[in-house]
Design a protein around this ligand. Structure first.
Ligand code: NAP
Length: 316
C-alpha cells in the first residue's frame, strides 16, 4: 500500500517520505480499515521531531497518524460489534502504524461507527480533539450547565472542539484567539471572544468557573487571576517550567483544582459525540484538506502556527 512514513526523527520535513510499504496484518482484537481520511494533529509533529521519543521510541520506518475515518474491510476473530463494510472513525495508539496510509489495523476497542451525516474528512478531524475536550471538561472538571468556561486558543483544533462541546452542554463560553480569528471563534459559539493580541484577558474576565488551557506558560499562570475561588483549571500541556514553579502556590492561594489531560484512546467518547453531530449540536471544523502524499505540507502549516480548526489528509 501507499503510505507516508517517518524515516527518522527530524525538525526538517524530509523525514516524511511518500512510498510503498507492506499492508498491516490485523491481530485477533483488530479491525483492518481502508483509510479514507487521516486527521492531522500537532502531536504528529512532536513525534516527527523526536520530542516524545522517550515515551514513543519508534523503529523506522514508522507510519504516523492517530486520527482516521474509513471502512472496515476485515476483522479479527475476537472482534464483535463491528462488521465489514461499517463506516468508522477512531484513534490509533501512537506506537502502532498509523493513518498516513491506505490501510490501518486498529484495536477494535478504539474504533466506532462514525456520525451518519459526516464525510470521512469531517469524521477524521474529530477523535483526538474531542477525546481531549471530553476528558478535560466532562470527566475531570465535571462541567455544569450555566457555568462560565474560558477556553484559551479557541481557534485551534482542541480549543474549537472544547468550546463547542462546552456550549452544547449548556455552559457560557469565553475564548481567547488572535485578531483574525475573532469572527471564526464567535461563530463556533463563544459569547465572549478576547483577541489576546489586543487585550489582556485578565482585565475583561472574572469569576470564571473553569479554565481550559491549550496555551500554557504565562497565559496559564495569569488565568488564576480570573478563576473564582473553588474553580477548576484543565491543562493539556505539561512540564512547562514556569508552571511547575508556581502552580502549587497558585492553586492553594486561589483554592483551584488543577487537572491534566493525558493522551489516551477513549472510544467511548466517540459514542457520546456521535449523536451530538447527528443532531447538529456540534459541527466539524475542517479548514484544510490535503492529499495524503502532501502530508509534509500539513506539518509545515502547523509548524508555522496560526491554526484555525483542523487539517485533514484525504487518502482515497
Ligand atoms: N494532553 C493531551 O492529551 C493533548 C491532546 C491534544 C493536544 N494536545 C496539545 O495541545 C496543544 C494544542 O493543540 P491543538 O490541536 O489545539 O493545536 P493547534 O490546532 O495547532 O492550535 C493552536 C492554537 O493556539 C493559538 N494560540 C497560540 N498562542 C496563543 C495564545 N497566547 N492565546 C490564545 N491562542 C493562542 C493558535 O493561533 P494563533 O497563533 O493565531 O494565536 C492556534 O489557533 C498542542 O501542543 C497539542 O500537542 C495535548
Amino acid at each position: 500500500m501507499k503510505a507516508v512514513t517517518l524515516d527518522r526523527y527530524g525538525q526538517d520535513l524530509d523525514a516524511l517520505v511518500w512510498r510503498e510499504v507492506p499492508n498491516p496484518q490485523p491481530g485477533p482484537f483488530d479491525v483492518l480499515i481502508d483509510v479514507h481520511a487521516a486527521g492531522y494533529n500537532p502531536f504528529d509533529a512532536k513525534l516527527r521531531k523526536g520530542y516524545l521519543k522517550h515515551f514513543y521510541p519508534f523503529t523506522f520506518p514508522h507510519v504516523l497518524g492517530n486520527d482516521f475515518a474509513g471502512v472496515v474491510v476485515a476483522k479479527g476473530p475476537a472482534v464483535w460489534g463491528l462488521e465489514v463494510g461499517d463506516r468508522v472513525y477512531g484513534m490509533q495508539q501512537a506506537m502502532r502504524w498509523g493513518s498516513y496510509a491506505e490501510q490501518i489495523a486498529v484495536d477494535a476497542a478504539n474504533v466506532r461507527r462514525m456520525p451518519s451525516n459526516l464525510s470521512f474528512e469531517a469524521a477524521a478531524s474529530l477523535p483526538m480533539v474531542y477525546e481531549t475536550a471530553w476528558v478535560g471538561i466532562v470527566d475531570l472538571a465535571l462541567i455544569h450547565p450555566g457555568e462560565l468556561i474560558l477556553v484559551h486558543a479557541g481557534a485551534g483544533g482542541v480549543g474549537s472542539a472544547t468550546l463547542q462541546l462546552a456550549r452544547a452542554l449548556g455552559a457560557h463560553v469565553a475564548a481567547t484567539c488572535s485578531t483574525d480569528a475573532v469572527d471564526f471563534v464567535r461563530e463556533l459559539g463563544a459569547s465572549i471572544v478576547i483577541d489576546y493580541k489586543a487585550k489582556d484577558f485578565t482585565r475583561v474576565l472574572s469569576n470564571v468557573d473553569l479554565v481550559f488551557d491549550c496555551v500554557g506558560g504565562q497565559t496559564n499562570l495569569d488565568s488564576y487571576k480570573v478563576i473564582r475561588k473553588g474553580g477548576r483549571m484543565v491543562v493539556v500541556l505539561r512540564e512547562d517550567k514556569l508552571e511547575l514553579e508556581h502552580t502549587a502556590r497558585l492553586c492553594a492561594e486561589h483554592a483551584v483544582t488543577r487537572h491534566e489531560v493525558a493522551f489516551d484512546q477513549r472510544g467511548d467518547v466517540l459514542d457520546h459525540i456521535r449523536p451530538m453531530f447527528e443532531q447538529n449540536r456540534l459541527r466539524p471544523v475542517v479548514t484544510k484538506v490535503l492529499a495524503l502524499k502532501d502530508a509534509r505540507e500539513a506539518h509545515r502549516a502547523s509548524d508555522a502556527g496560526g491554526a484555525r480548526g483542523k487539517i485533514v489528509l484525504k487518502v482515497r
